[in-house]
Design a protein. Structure first.
Length: 161
């Protein structure tokens, strides 16, 4: 099971946000929180709030919805900073001209998942129909098509002068 949290339209460059997100990818949640607490980047506080939101989402599903989720076994499965819309701004320049520059915006997303004690991801129970269909599908023989023949390329006529 995966638990997500997303922060959209954050006033930080996606490149700068990725520097912080790369620090916590693949780490346990508690270790990621400690890393963010001692990171000297401005975006680390925002990412910390987002991580806490993802933890709260997992906690909500475990208490309210009846899912069996062990919060101590959660880890950061995926952390992504995508581009948002760009704000175009103008800076005054010499001789009455203007220079344009761009303020970047990021959409940050964090995905948490649960690991077993041995480090393998937790697999949840799947319906019996899909289990029975999977082996039958893999045993079916597939015929390979012969590659299609290529057509000869026509030569271009030269122009008369």
């Amino acid at each position: 099971m995966e638990f997500r949290a997303e922060a959209r339209y954050m006033r930080v460059s996606p490149q700068k946000a990725r520097l912080v997100l790369d620090l916590i990818k693949g780490r346990r949640v508690e270790e990621a929180r400690n890393t963010l607490a001692f990171t000297k980047k401005r975006v680390a506080e925002t990412v910390g709030k987002l991580l806490q939101s993802a933890i709260d989402n997992a906690n909500f599903l475990s208490t309210e919805k009846g899912l069996d989720v062990d919060l101590d076994n959660l880890y950061v499965k995926n952390a992504v900073a995508n581009d948002g819309p760009r704000m175009k701004r103008i800076r005054p320049a010499p001789m009455g001209r203007a220079y344009r520059y761009v303020r970047r915006i990021a959409h940050i997303e964090i995905v948490l998942a649960e690991r077993n004690k041995n480090g393998a991801p937790v697999a949840h129970v799947v319906g019996e129909e899909s289990k029975a269909a999977a082996p039958a599908k893999s045993k079916a023989k597939v015929k390979a098509k012969a590659p299609a023949k290529k057509k000869a390329v026509a030569k271009k006529a030269t122009a008369k002068k």
